[in-house]
Design a protein around this ligand. Sequence first.
Ligand SMILES: Cc1ncc(COP(=O)(O)O)c(C=O)c1O
Length: 384
Amino acid sequence: MTEAIAAAPADPPTAAVVDLAAISANVATLRRRTTAALMAVVKADAYGHGLVPAARAALGGGAPRLATAFVDEALALRAAGVDVPILALILRSGESRLGAAIAADVEVSVGGPAALDAVLAAVRTSGVAAAIHLEVDTGLSRGGARADGWAAIVDSAARAVAEGAVRVVGVWSHLACADQPEHPANAMQLAAYRDALDTARRHGVVPQIRHLANSGGLLALPDTHFDAVRAGIAVYGLAPGPAVPAAGLTPAMTLVSRLALTKEVPAGAGVSYGLTHRTASATRLAVIPVGYGDGVPRQASNRAEVCIDGVRHPIVGRVCMDQFVVDTGDHVVDTGDPVVLFGPGRAGEPTADDWAGATGTIGYEIVTRIGARVPRVYHGGGTG
Ligand SMILES: Cc1ncc(COP(=O)(O)O)c(C=O)c1O
């Protein structure tokens, strides 16, 4: 029996068991790969692992900084008593809690004039100077100022610094292809980022920390490390992509359930909606009470595998909203037996990266989409 199964309660039968010690150990391992500070990315409920417990575990592993997507997430960390520097990477328009975030010393990203205006308005209201990270778009064409607008935003920020309204803590950008280390865009973005830093310096803005790398950059592109690296997926023990393996890291989430029903069926039995699978011979089927309503991808239908008592069995037929069926062949299993959908892979079970490969997505999506109906159960670390 794996540690995760031992940690999972029998009721409810399904749980995402999160190994907090693995998160801490992953951070410690990643820190040994760089001299840059590790900014643990805990957006989207820490990639589904649970915002506050995962953040604490990352800090326990030695991460000096955190990053969230939105200010709400950062404020939730502050409300839980987390007092390290936190950067909210995305400033949404009409963010009503921006002033509260600035007052709570949440660092906010500024990628254009509208964002700077919003920050300055919040500063005027709250009377507290804001800590900002200027974002430059070096080729992803997502957030940040493009090269042609960069000098202007730097100038505006420099004026705001002179007025005492803001501090420029960081200048950052984001890589489009760090999961493909050989991709030519990496060198182009690195050069564009260096140009942006030069421009900022010429316009009087020298940030405390420069940050460009995500997990892929951290693991495979040492030139991108600068002063800090924003590591997300690797903190949770998963790979940025097939070309950048998560060697030495431990997947932190194990998705466990218990068989709701088992039955023997004859050859030719159709299984689940659409009868997309028919049994080739007489066999045993087991019903697992987890479905796409819990974030199990419907694309796993007839593709992914689960593990029961150390043995892998294929999903047969379509994944339904609340359940799916596996064929256990001549493996005699019983109602209530534990089943591992994915985990660290140490006891024969698939990993989230295996599920990603089987379903044509990325490990990020597999863990992050596990839904609210699945309780998170923590073991191996602090109390969260
Ligand atoms: C701006 C930014 N930085 C860092 C990360 C972390 O990336 P990864 O999980 O690949 O380490 C993300 C994640 O999507 C991001 O959007």
